[in-house]
Design a protein around this ligand. Sequence first.
Ligand code: HPA
Length: 270
Amino acid sequence: MLEKIKQTADYLRQRGGEMPKIAIILGTGLGNLVDHIEDKLFIPYSEIPNFPVSTVQGHSGNLIFGNMGGRRVMAMQGRFHFYEGYDMKTVTFPVRVFKALGVETLFVSNAAGGMNKEFRVGDVMVITDHINLFPENPLRGKNYDELGPRFPAMTEPYDKKLIALADSIAREKELRLMHGVYVGTQGPTFETPAEYEYFRVIGGDAVGMSTVPEVIVARHADMRVFGISVITDLGGKDITEVPSHEEVQKAAVKAQPVVEAIVKAMVERC
Ligand code: HPA
């Protein structure tokens, strides 16, 4: 694994120009954030050694280097999901590469189903914490001390200062910004009504099929993390709407301007 990380990092260092301190993982329907990146260099995943190729519609696979708000950034347009069949080491491999390239702060975005009764479709939620319900932890197996500790603390998975910054930006711009706990599940099924209720009972506000593995690895590697979810559907015993991938994408695209405004302002100021 160490050799693979080095190989991929060396390749990207050769191609990407100045290396950024900030990386952004763009989730479902949120790929348009790349329009805010200037002087872009697109590198298709297929050209990157050791990178898998994303298989889901709506997820294009490109690594992008460029500038946002005067800062050098790199962005993943399309991520690797556990439900696609990748193992956890593959899902989180790009985060290992980010760290090797010198990235210190990771932004992650995703689409999620809302269980919190105050949430509406199209709301944007800052992730304040998560519950890992994936069947496997990406850190299972041999620990490489060069990458991080065997038993990493998860006391502050999402950086409190970055959350406060997001809140102040939302206040300034008069944007509705919710807070909540993200429940990470393997998918690819959406939840049954009873499952949405259950996730609410255990403390979740939103549920999705990504993000948690990448955040675990980023925290293992001592990167600061900021996470944001777009609430694309609601779930629970009183909800009769049937979620679909198309609806999720549509709702995500609609909420995108809010995510864009917040992430862009954060990159400028963090
Ligand atoms: N459940 C799981 N993942 C999701 C959902 C959902 O309701 N919406 C978007 N991603």
